[in-house]
Design a protein around this ligand. Structure first.
Ligand SMILES: [Zn+2]
Length: 398
């Protein structure tokens, strides 16, 4: 199993210059390799392989001796990235997707280089990089397993190192006899079928508010001004903070759930559909656009993307897989509309937070949904097959 660690690097001035220099040489090599691939295809009608390009590296070093100042595996990795870009391109073509031909890389796009096997050495507070030097690193977690690759990245004005490690498969957790339906939402980060809620911490909202303010301030600054530059940095910093908070929270929440439950059931959610803005409605008579709650949904959209469901779900799956737990997905149809006790559909608007059914079922809207999600996984065991009077046939489809 692979695990990645990302730490901040603190190069001194000279080291930073060397890092930028290395990045630029790598980018140059990438673009040259791309050019070659293009030309060979254009004039000879054939594809050039990674291995052919790799074989040319010694020759390149003869013509451009400064390339001796870069670890040779770093250069090989540049060509490997190019190969992957082409592999992805051909795969997209084959699948009939939007192909997107590999692009020449500008200064701002090409922001990392990788030591794929060797050429780096990590100590407590330092990392030694071949041909660059010994840099200060803030390693705030213990690195477990064997380090396989080391990537240096320049990201919003700061340097980071990502170490990808091979770790032994952890022992699966002892089986649990509890299972849970999980409804991911906006009012609560998650509602559980047993009636508990997982809330996202209050300080997240604060950090997000601050980010929003800084973004607004940035939009008022003049292009190219010193103040704008400062504002850009402030936004980047706040953005990082929000991102890190969300990641930490998702880690903790998913860990807790996986430790406790054997089967974890969620809705299959198409977040990309949910965050789309609604189409404006036109008045048939006048042709004027009608208010359709677009503004309200905009706020909602923001919360949806903020909640980071995708990241959370992914972590849940990864942790469950190594613990021997099961994460399952069910069709989200009617999960919030159907009564989890009797199966009758009781339509609600988004504003209605309470599920109240004629059968006597009284539940938080999201708890009801979480119960339905779990029921669906077990073949809707508690839903009667004959819809009671007043229910639509659709209840059967549930
Ligand atoms: Zn009911």
């Amino acid at each position: 199993m692979r695990r990645a660690y990302k730490f901040r690097l603190y190069p001194n001035k000279q080291q930073e210059e060397k890092l930028f220099w290395t990045l630029n040489r790598c980018r140059e090599l990438y673009n040259a390799g791309l050019q070659e691939r293009k030309e060979v295809y254009k004039y000879a009608g054939k594809s050039i392989s990674y291995y052919e390009q790799k074989r040319d590296l010694p020759e390149i070093k003869e013509i451009r001796p400064e390339y001796h100042d870069i670890h040779s595996q770093v250069l090989q990795d540049v060509l490997l990235r190019l190969k992957r870009a082409f592999d992805n391109f051909f795969r997209r073509v084959q699948n009939g997707e939007e192909p997107g031909y590999p692009r020449f890389q500008g200064r701002n796009r090409y922001d990392s280089f990788t030591y794929p096997q060797s050429g780096f050495f990590l100590e407590e507070k330092h990392i030694t990089l071949s041909k660059i030097g010994t840099l200060r690193v803030k390693a705030n977690r213990n690195v477990e397993g064997t380090i396989k690759t080391c990537t240096i990245k320049h990201e919003s004005g700061q340097w980071y190192v990502t170490l990808s490690c091979e770790v032994n498969q952890p022992e699966p957790l002892p089986p649990s006899h509890e299972d849970v339906g999980i409804d991911l939402g906006i009012t609560h980060f998650a509602a559980l079928s047993h009636g508990e809620f997982i809330e996202s911490p209050r300080h997240h909202r604060r950090a997000e508010k601050k980010l929003k303010k800084l973004q607004e301030a940035l939009s008022r600054k003049k292009r190219g001004s010193h103040r704008r530059k400062k504002a850009v940095q402030a936004v980047a910093k706040a953005h990082r903070k929000v991102r890190n908070q969300r990641r930490d929270f998702a880690h903790k929440a998913s860990r807790k759930l996986v430790n406790r439950y054997q089967v974890l059931v969620l809705e299959e959610l198409q977040t990309s559909n949910l965050v789309k803005r609604p189409k404006p409605k036109q008045d048939e008579a006048t042709g004027q656009y009608l208010p359709n709650g677009a503004a309200a949904k905009g706020g909602l959209n923001k919360s949806i993307s903020d909640a980071g469901w995708g990241m959370f779900t992914k972590m849940l799956q990864v942790k469950a897989a190594s613990a021997g737990r099961v994460v399952a997905f069910v069709d989200p149809k009617y999960t919030s509309q159907v009564c989890s006790k009797c199966g009758v559909i009781s339509p609600k608007t988004l504003e209605e937070r309470w599920h109240s059914c004629a059968c006597g079922c009284e539940l938080d809207r999201d708890t009801n949904a979480a119960k339905n999600i779990l029921n669906k996984y077990y073949g809707a065991g508690s839903v009667p097959q004959i819809p009671p009077r007043g229910a639509t046939v659709e209840a059967l489809a549930f």
